[in-house]
Write a protein that binds this ligand. Structure first.
Ligand SMILES: Nc1ncnc2c1ncn2[C@@H]1O[C@H](COP(=O)(O)OP(=O)(O)O)[C@@H](O)[C@H]1O
Ligand SMILES: [Mg+2]
Length: 328
């Protein structure tokens, strides 16, 4: 908890105002009672009852109206509370014109600052752990299962070479099945750990991702990837890669698109990744995939927007903060 973000002064604006309003109403009531010819007998006389009821109604109404106008800014606060989503940062309430509630609003905004920072920290930890685990599984798939399958393939090849003619065909089929399985293991391992990212850099990794997607889904991908981007941090590269990966997976799963454009370019000085499809679009109800994208975007202070129009397609854009990368 970071105390420094919490406003320290605690002006009692709202309390003071409510006390003043109540005091004022009671004072006016008392004065009216004092200077008016009205009297209250004990026990109350029947003719005095309407006067008493009228006076009370007047006091209650005046009090209610004044208190309500003082509390009106709380409605704005409530609506921000309902809207708050820690994955969409920067939703703040302005204290302008709400002097009495300034303290509440400042405290609320400071609480949001703190929660956003904590949320971003914990999702950074979670994502790092997830990447670590993926890397471990990828390594095991590649090194253990991949190696074992390779040994099986070699053994099969030797057997095929020495096998009688009538068994060869069958053994060939088995050989192909094992080869396909080995390829699959490699694809899964690569998906889990984008080794190309470290080996070839982001541009090539995205190009490879696009080709893999096209092959698997049959949807052609147009790539517009700037080459020679330098200065991107490893974190940013991984975020861009994972968001492109999830974006393309969504196109394959949901879009029924006939083409996709995957672009990574500098636009107005900011590196921008977009995945645009011409599919069926949707009224997006964000699931784990898109929320994961948002978490990753937060890690590098990038801005993620998801625009989808039913019947017209979907566009995912990730805009990195200025200075994240330089062109060649
Ligand atoms: N490219 C797209 N085209 C059409 N609908 C999409 C697209 N991407 C996402 N959606 C919609 O948004 C929803 C949420 O996506 P996501 O958060 O990735 O969750 P999931 O893919 O697990 O359903 C999807 O269920 C789908 O309805
Ligand atoms: Mg998804």
């Amino acid at each position: 908890m970071r105390d420094r973000d919490v406003p320290r002064s605690a002006p009692m604006g709202l309390f003071r105002r409510l006390v003043t309003i109540n005091g004022l109403v009671f004072t006016v009531g008392t004065l009216v009672l004092a200077v008016s010819p009205a009297t209250v007998s004990s026990p109350v006389v029947l003719t005095e009852v309407p006067v008493l009821i009228l006076g009370l109604a007047f006091i209650l109404t005046a009090n209610a109206l004044l208190v309500r106008s003082s509390l009106a800014p709380l409605d704005a606060l409530t609506s921000v509370m309902q809207r708050v989503d820690l994955l969409r940062t920067g939703n703040r309430l302005s204290g302008n014109g709400n002097r009495d509630l300034a303290h509440v609003i400042d405290t609320f905004n400071a609480m949001l600052d703190r929660l956003e920072a904590e949320r971003s920290e914990s999702s950074a930890h979670a994502l790092a752990a997830q990447e670590g685990e993926r890397e471990r599984i990828a390594r095991e798939l590649h090194d253990e299962i991949g190696q074992s399958l390779t040994v099986v393939l070699l053994g099969l090849k030797r057997t095929v070479d020495r096998a009688p003619e009538d068994l060869r065909e069958e053994l060939h089929v088995t050989q192909e099945a094992v080869r396909a399985c080995l390829d699959e293991v490699r694809v899964v391992a690569r998906r889990l750990r984008p080794g190309v990212l470290a080996d070839l850099g982001l541009s090539s990794a995205l190009t490879a991702l696009g080709s893999e997607f096209s092959q698997a889904s049959g949807v052609p991908v147009t790539r517009r990837v700037d080459t020679g981007l330098v200065g991107l941090s490893q974190d940013a590269e991984l975020v861009l890669y994972r968001i492109a990966q999830e974006g393309l997976t969504n196109v394959a799963r949901h879009a029924k698109a006939s083409r996709v454009v995957l672009s990574l370019r500098r636009e107005r000085g900011r590196l921008t990744l977009t995945i645009t499809d011409d599919g069926r679009g949707a009224v997006i109800k964000e699931g784990a995939g898109i929320r994961g994208m948002r978490e990753r975007a937060l890690l590098i202070n990038a801005q993620l927007t998801v625009d989808s129009t039913p019947g017209e397609g979907t566009r995912i854009a990730l805009v990195l903060p200025p200075g994240s990368a330089e062109g060649a």
